[in-house]
Design a protein around this ligand. Structure first.
Ligand SMILES: [Zn+2]
Length: 120
């Protein structure tokens, strides 16, 4: 799964695969009980505190129109963190902080992370 990957975003210590952004997105939607065409309500990027990083810029330029989606009256939601959490890596921090990832919460309020490769 390393064909078609762009290295424009640097950070080649990237252990964030094998899933692409789209593959991770589909799985994140499924966990939340959402799907393409039935995503719920768009959440704008202005709600994302981490915007401004390299992969954020890549995602914005390559089809990432929204920070995520939520469903009114339900717990289901999916949010995209394109740069992970670079200020909270190593040590006691969760490994998904090193990678771009989606946060997905299902109807029971259970959250899962779906990592994806930078530059996808
Ligand atoms: Zn996150």
């Amino acid at each position: 799964m390393n064909s078609g990957k762009s290295d424009d975003c640097g950070d080649d210590d990237d252990d964030c695969g094998p899933d692409t952004r789209f593959q991770a997105y589909i799985m994140a939607l499924a966990w939340a009980g959402l799907s393409i065409g039935d995503e719920g309500d768009p959440v704008p990027w202005k709600m994302y505190n981490g915007r401004g990083g390299k992969n954020y810029a890549y995602v914005r330029q390559n089809g990432g129109n929204n920070y995520g989606y939520s469903r009114s009256g339900a717990l289901s939601k999916v949010y995209n963190h394109p740069d992970g959490h670079p200020h909270q890596v190593g040590g006691q921090h969760p490994s998904h902080h090193n990678c771009p990832h989606f946060h997905s919460t299902n109807a029971n309020g259970e959250e899962r992370m779906f990592n994806y490769k930078r530059g996808t």
